[in-house]
Design a protein around this ligand. Structure first.
Ligand code: PA5
Length: 435
């Protein structure tokens, strides 16, 4: 993975980025020692290298026992208990995996990530005629959205298979001892995995929260972890600032923020990366948006959104910058052929790959947006694979920890999300809540 911040220097000179060198270095060192604001939630820092062989084997064994029996695995969870696995599975899957009958692995679907009655009804209808299993994930074990979905799906699966068989098709991932889901799992005798106390939801993709659904979808979790381990080394506090991608990205985005660029747009040119951006938005939004501070994380899918959001990015309020995830090599070759009539006028592209057109759209957009006043950070990955996605996830996590510390907030709490819950509970008449 390469990070290129040169295209911000027209707007924010390198000296402005370098100003954060000492704070970035200190914050990175503090993370490694588990010191500083939110230090009881820093377990993710050395998670990749701390994952044991037996933890990985256990996950693979669970999958190998259950996967041959099922067509669908429904993963129930929200926020950090949902977005990591969704992001990785979408990035690595065939765009049309859901429609392919020759799929070797179960289809991983999601529930409890919204409160839509239509979504729940349609999912339940679909599951009636399918062989399926459930993974229910909640660190706190008390989150309303997944708990509600699980209440329905637990009843359905028990009615379909009987209580005993249903039990063998339900896996719970939650706290080691606390919360309603732990109590329920113990009482029912489900297979369980633990979310470590010191790993918050949005940093939990490399625990069973992410790894189990990803393994069910048929992807190599060892390669994913290997990529993350490599990035753990590359972003270690021992690596000097100039070569340290996480410190550099964290410093660059703080320099941009303090120069008035308070919206960061994560850009992709490959629809497979759409949910990587959704995961990233949670990571940065929930970690930094507090105390009336923080860059607002947004995202676009190009070139699709060049035909919608492109106008604003080119000419709207100049308070934004772009961070582009650029994929060097695309595997599936599609060469444009010459057409005898050339009625569409595309013969000038004959002999080129579709990806070359995409790359020129990327370059052309970068030039236009910089010209229009939008600084550009580029994150280049060689291809989309388990290894490179593992690198990318850890890179963003490490940079987020450092960036939040530079901003001087606790990046690992989320006090603001309680406000809506309080009102919702009060409106629904839950005891002890009022508006
Ligand atoms: O990052 C976080 O902590 C949150 O987004 C949580 O992951 C989310 O609220 C779900 O919480 P839980 O896993 O406790 O159900």
């Amino acid at each position: 993975m390469k990070l290129n911040i040169e295209k911000i220097f027209k707007f924010v000179p390198y000296e402005e980025v370098e100003k954060y060198k000492n704070t970035a270095k200190k914050s990175n060192l503090a993370l490694s020692k588990k010191e500083g604001k939110g230090n009881d939630y820093m377990g993710w820092v050395n998670l990749p290298s701390a994952i044991t062989e037996s933890e990985l084997t256990d996950i693979e064994l669970t999958v190998s026992k259950l996967a041959p029996k099922v067509e669908i695995v429904v993963t129930i969870g929200i926020g950090g208990s949902y977005l990591g696995s969704k992001a990785v599975i979408d990035a690595l899957s065939d765009n049309f995996a859901q429609l392919k009958a020759d799929r070797k692995n179960p289809l991983v679907l999601f529930a409890g990530q919204n409160i839509s009655e239509d979504y729940l009804f349609e999912l339940r209808q679909l599951l009636k005629n399918k062989e399926y299993a459930l993974i229910v994930i909640s660190k706190s074990g008390t989150t309303t959205e997944p708990a509600l979905a699980f209440r329905f799906l637990k009843k359905d699966i028990e009615e379909k298979y009987g209580k005993e068989e249903a039990k063998s098709r339900i896996i719970a991932i939650t706290d080691a001892s606390k919360g309603a889901l732990r109590t329920l799992a113990t009482q029912e005798g489900y297979k369980t995995y633990v979310i470590p106390d010191d790993v918050g939801g949005r940093f939990s993709v490399l625990t069973p929260v992410g790894l189990l659904p990803i393994a069910f979808a048929g992807f190599n979790i060892r390669q994913l972890v290997a990529g993350a381990v490599n990035m753990e080394k590359e972003t270690s506090h021992e690596v000097k600032f100039e070569n340290n991608k996480a410190e550099m990205y964290a410093a660059a985005r703080n320099a941009l923020y303090n120069s008035g660029k308070q919206i960061e747009i994560l850009v992709n040119y490959n629809p497979k990366l759409h949910f990587i951006a959704e995961w990233w938005k949670q990571l940065y939004g929930e970690s930094e948006g507090k105390e009336n501070k923080g860059t607002f994380p947004a995202s676009v899918d190009f070139s699709s959104d060049l035909h919608s959001m492109g106008q604003y990015i080119q000419e709207g309020i100049r308070n934004l910058y772009e961070t582009v995830i650029s994929v060097e090599k695309v595997n599936n070759k599609q060469v444009i052929e010459k057409d005898a009539d050339d009625l569409d006028g595309l013969n000038y592209l004959a002999g080129k790959r579709v990806d070359e057109v995409n790359k020129m759209a990327e370059l052309g957009t970068q030039l236009a947006h910089i010209e229009g006043g939008v600084p550009n950070i580029k994150i280049e990955i060689s291809e989309i694979s388990e290894y490179t996605i593992g690198e990318l996830l850890y890179f963003f996590e490490k940079a987020c920890g450092i960036s939040g510390a530079i901003l001087d907030v606790n990046p690992f709490d989320q006090p603001g999300v309680e406000a809506y819950k309080n009102n919702m509970f009060a409106l629904l008449g839950k005891k002890g809540y009022s508006i």
